[in-house]
Ligand binder design. Structure first.
Ligand code: XMP
Length: 319
């Protein structure tokens, strides 16, 4: 891609000019934005960059391993894997309010990130995968007086607290351009095309109280759902697809026994930027297939429903 090859060269020159001999720290989430930012910066300044991956224990199945193995082993980028799931899940005990979940996770995220940054001797710059739409949204949402629909969790406030300057090489790009740039940089397709994933992760896909057991159940169900979506060739036409583990139990039958287990809701939407979205009109056979597999393979779920709400009036996430 000619445009992205040029963008890549210019962005690398800009990063070098901005950073000089300084040290850069980059928060890696496993999403496409921070991954592309990290690759670009690594290409520009090599080991002056260290990535920090704060693992809150609320990621999808196998995702933490994939991030660590790609960056550490494949790209050889210095990466700190802060496995802080005990800390996060401990702090989330008894927390049921969605905004409280976000605040708890956001605050701890900053604390863990700061502590890890200190351990490696600090840095002069903080790198972020901020995109153009983030720049716009932060004006209309967070800058506004009182219209916070959901307090999006990012590392806002961190650069001032830690006395770091920001490096944001994706600030002028839209999502599809970031993906093109990722391909240009050789980022594997599994990362380039990955659906967006919220910072608070599975915490906001488990309405009510979060437990390790519920996280495990949701991870299994979500992985089966995504597997079926990939097999049906639908992953790339859908903006986001995920499962939500409901705090509701219903009665079912299994063999000649009665079950009393969780309801799982499946969600899939198409969207251009996440600001508005349409529910995805799956074929009923697809939904039946996914539901049957989930109920047969995941202990703790005995009923599956599909969410047919668009945004507005719904939001994409349930919390
Ligand atoms: P909603 O649910 O507001 O989601 O329609 C719009 C997009 O934002 C993501 N989302 C979040 N991302 N922290 C994030 O980093 C959050 O707290 C958060 N809440 C929602 C959501 O996954 C969708 O892509």
């Amino acid at each position: 891609d000619w445009t992205m090859a040029t963008y890549r060269e210019e962005a690398i020159a800009k990063i070098r000019a901005q950073v000089g001999n300084g040290r850069v720290i980059c928060g890696l989430s496993g999403g496409v934005d921070s991954s592309v930012a990290a690759l670009l910066i690594h290409e520009a300044i090599g080991d002056q960059l260290t990535c920090v991956f704060v693992d809150h224990g609320l990621l999808r199945k196998d995702e933490a391993e994939q991030v660590v193995s790609l960056f550490r082993n494949h790209y050889n980028i210095p990466l700190v894997h802060a496995d802080a799931s005990d800390l996060f899940l401990g702090a989330l005990e008894g927390v049921t309010d969605p905004e409280q979940k976000r605040k708890t996770i956001g605050k701890l995220f900053i604390e863990v990130f700061e502590a890890e940054a200190k351990k490696i001797g600090g840095a002069d710059f903080l790198a972020q995968g901020t995109l153009y739409p983030d720049v716009i949204e932060s004006v209309s949402f967070h800058g506004g007086p009182s219209v916070t629909i959901k307090s999006h969790h990012n590392v806002g406030g961190l650069p001032e607290r830690m006395d770091m300057k920001l490096v944001e090489p994706l600030r002028e790009l839209f999502k599809d351009e970031v993906r093109a740039l990722g391909r240009e940089l050789g980022l594997p397709e599994a990362f380039v095309g990955r659906h967006p994933f919220p910072g608070p992760g599975l915490a906001i896909r488990i309405p009510g109280e979060i437990t390790r057991e519920k996280i495990g159940i949701l991870q299994q169900a979500d992985a089966i759902y995504l597997d079926e979506i990939r097999k049906a060739g639908l992953y790339d036409v859908i903006w986001q697809a995920f499962a939500v583990l409901l705090p509701v139990r219903t009665v079912g039958v299994m063999g000649d026994g009665r079950t009393y287990d969780h309801v799982l809701a499946l969600r899939a939407v198409t969207s251009v930027d996440g600001m508005t979205a349409d529910f995805y009109p799956f074929d009923m056979n697809f939904l039946g297939r996914a539901a049957t597999r989930i109920i047969n393979e995941v202990r703790g779920i005995n009923r599956v429903v599909y969410d047919v709400t668009s945004k507005p009036p719904g939001t994409i996430e349930w919390e």
